[in-house]
Design a protein around this ligand. Structure first.
Ligand code: GAP
Length: 598
């Protein structure tokens, strides 16, 4: 038996899709705010029963596509905490600190390196959120900076970039500034303000301590000891500065304090008390300090030799890994798009120098075809090549897979040609040779065998939690339908790819009596035995149960009804078309499995 599908008009993506998705995620158990009953933790999320299943399916599909169906890729599962020198070698320990600036007027905090840089001579108007705020900010600027800016609606004007390092206030009609102040060439991104604080470094890596002894106790002991005043140790020089702190540091760290290249020595030389204390704390905690990895990638470089030696892999080959990464992001935004704890799916593909272009083409195609395979709208996934000044200095090419998020195009995956930079860095910092010796080939430079080289690397690096968000957005549909009785209704349906869908099949007795629940239980037992994630559901009317399973993306519903009891048949409803067919119970498992595999 088959019913005609109702007339539908599909709204691919309602304007407020994010609001609706966030609500659906909580209501149905995909994603919850972390620690919600305690008021929630900013930028950390928990995946509920359906979200956990969806994430496992998604990451499982990536692993299958990148590792288990490829002869030349192997996987690893490395520790989240690694030796701190890994991050010194990779540049994260230094490079992962972004300069941040606050706007003194709006209090907006932003990354200095990403801020707009108006040309010298340009007007620098502040565009306030509305007229009322414009008045408040104008008053604030007058009070704090002694400047009366001209106010027109929500815009405050009068500030101009005089040079690359100075701005000035020009009252209306004035050709010379009445006040000038130093400037670093950028304004705040949202409002365009040039009233800014100094830049501050923020370390984006999460730090923790390895070892049962709390390093803070050691820090306080040492600092406490340092302040035991010892007249004899006040050197003439320090006495002149009147600084017993320096004397105490010299006593505790005599070698470091007299080494002008050491941070403690440098800080003493500088005479900055805050810096001296900071360098001492760094020195004390250095031995126990570890970081939570900010990316999964580095373990693949660090274990390159072990993997090659143990598995017999030789270039061209890849090492893949997926799992948690942690970054103290400056801005966390758009739900799980950018959070502090997230998951990545990365692969480092090691190839002969000179072949990286071909492999870049290969992996670009492979990755794009993976994304589009699971999408309802493949055209929403595109490549964007990085401009030269956007790439890391060591990369020789880089593409982003971008997705059309409701707020605009944005990154989903980066595919970078990283040359031999990472292996070179780890070789330098660890002292271990990280190269491949190809006995068969001659070195192109010398013409002699063997060819010893550090492989070049192509790195497809995707966000798993970001992918989960992107597939939820892609799947979210609202359909206006005309029911059999002629009424209009809105159907919310998550058209998740069946391989990603958390529940593959719901088994629904039409009513909770007449032996229907028992029959449904028999069917569900057979499905579960066959490895199909199926759920029994008898609550509410059959229409409400269909609606619920549409909303959570269950691709198939099996309904046990009166005919089941007499003819041993059930209905199979397809989520996307809502069409139903009748089939014998004996064919249910094979039919569902075949559809899931199709
Ligand atoms: N190993 C290279 C690397 O980590 P990345 O562009 O910083 O490159 C790769 O990260 C992917 O990880 C991004 O394309 C994005 O999908 C995801 N990602 C990065 N930071 C994230 C965050 N704070 N929250 C969620 N996903 C993030």
């Amino acid at each position: 038996m088959s019913d005609a599908a109702p007339a539908v008009s599909v709204a691919k993506r309602p304007a407020d899709v994010m609001k609706k998705l966030v609500a659906l995620c909580k209501q149905r158990g995909f994603v919850f705010q972390s620690s919600e009953i305690y008021g929630g933790l900013k930028s950390a999320y928990d995946y509920g029963p359906l979200g956990a299943e969806l994430k496992r399916n998604l990451m499982g599909e990536w692993w299958k596509d990148m590792v288990t169906t490829r002869e030349n890729v192997v996987g690893i599962d490395a520790s989240i905490i690694m030796h701190p020198n890994v991050w010194r070698a990779s540049g994260h320990a230094a490079g992962f600190s972004d300069p941040l600036v606050d706007c003194k007027v709006s209090k907006e905090r932003f990354r200095a390196d990403k801020a707009p840089r108006p040309a010298v001579g340009a007007e620098l108007p502040i565009t306030c959120p509305d007229k009322g705020v414009a008045k408040d900010w104008a008053d604030q600027i007058e009070k704090n900076f002694g400047i009366i800016m001209e106010r027109d609606g929500n815009v405050l004007s009068g500030v101009r970039a005089i040079s690359a390092s100075e701005v000035g206030f020009f009252p209306k009609g004035a050709s010379a500034p009445t006040k000038t102040w130093p400037w670093r060439g950028y304004v705040s991104p949202t409002f365009g303000s040039a009233f800014l604080t100094e830049e501050k470094q923020f370390n984006l890596m999460f730090r923790t301590a390895l070892g049962a002894v709390d390093p803070m106790a050691e820090v306080s002991d040492i600092i406490g000891d340092m302040f035991v005043f010892d007249e004899a140790l006040l050197l003439a020089n320090d006495r002149k500065k009147g600084d017993e702190l320096i004397a105490a540091v010299r006593r505790k760290f005599p070698k470091e304090a007299s080494d002008k290249e050491h941070p403690i020595g440098k800080a003493i030389e500088d005479g900055n008390r805050h810096l001296i204390i900071r360098t001492v704390i760094e020195a004390v905690t250095r031995n126990s300090m570890v970081y939570l990895r900010p990316e999964t990638a580095q373990a693949m470089f660090v274990q390159f030799k072990n993997v090659m030696d143990s598995s017999g892999m030789k270039p061209p080959f890849g090492i893949a890994q997926m799992g948690k990464s942690f970054r103290n992001e400056v801005t966390v935004e758009h739900f799980i798009f950018r959070s502090c704890e997230f998951e990545q799916m990365e692969m480092e593909f090691f190839c002969e120098p000179g072949t990286q272009k071909e492999w870049m083409t290969f992996w670009k195609e492979a990755r794009m075809s993976w994304w589009r395979r699971f999408a309802n709208y493949p055209e929403d996934f595109v490549f964007r090549q990085h401009a030269k000044d956007e790439m890391a200095f060591y990369a020789d090419d880089c593409y982003d897979v971008e997705y059309k998020y409701p707020w605009g195009w944005g990154e989903l995956e980066g595919i970078a040609s990283r040359t031999d930079y990472d292996l070179t860095q780890h070789e330098k910092h660890s002292g271990v040779t990280l190269q491949y010796v190809d006995q068969e080939k001659a070195d192109p430079k010398t013409g002699a065998k063997p060819w010893k080289y550090k492989p070049y690397v192509i790195e497809p690096a995707a966000g798993a939690t970001r992918a989960l968000l992107c597939f939820l957005i892609d799947a979210y549909h609202e359909e206006e339908r005309t029911t059999a009785t002629g009424e209009k209704e809105i159907r919310t349906v998550l058209k998740l790819h069946p391989k990603l869908a958390p529940i593959k099949c719901a088994v629904l007795p039409l009513v909770k009596k007449d032996g229907m629940p028992e029959k449904a239980r028999e069917i569900i037992a057979a499905l579960l035995k066959a490895g199909v994630n199926a759920k029994y559901d008898e609550k509410a009317s059959i229409g409400k149960r269909y609606a619920k399973h549409d909303e959570i993306g269950t691709p198939y519903c099996i309904t046990v009804d009166g005919d089941t009891l007499t003819a041993d048949t059930v209905t199979l409803r397809d989520r996307d078309t809502t069409l139903q067919i009748r089939l014998p119970i004996a064919e249910v498992v094979a039919t569902i499995k075949a559809r899931l595999e199709a």
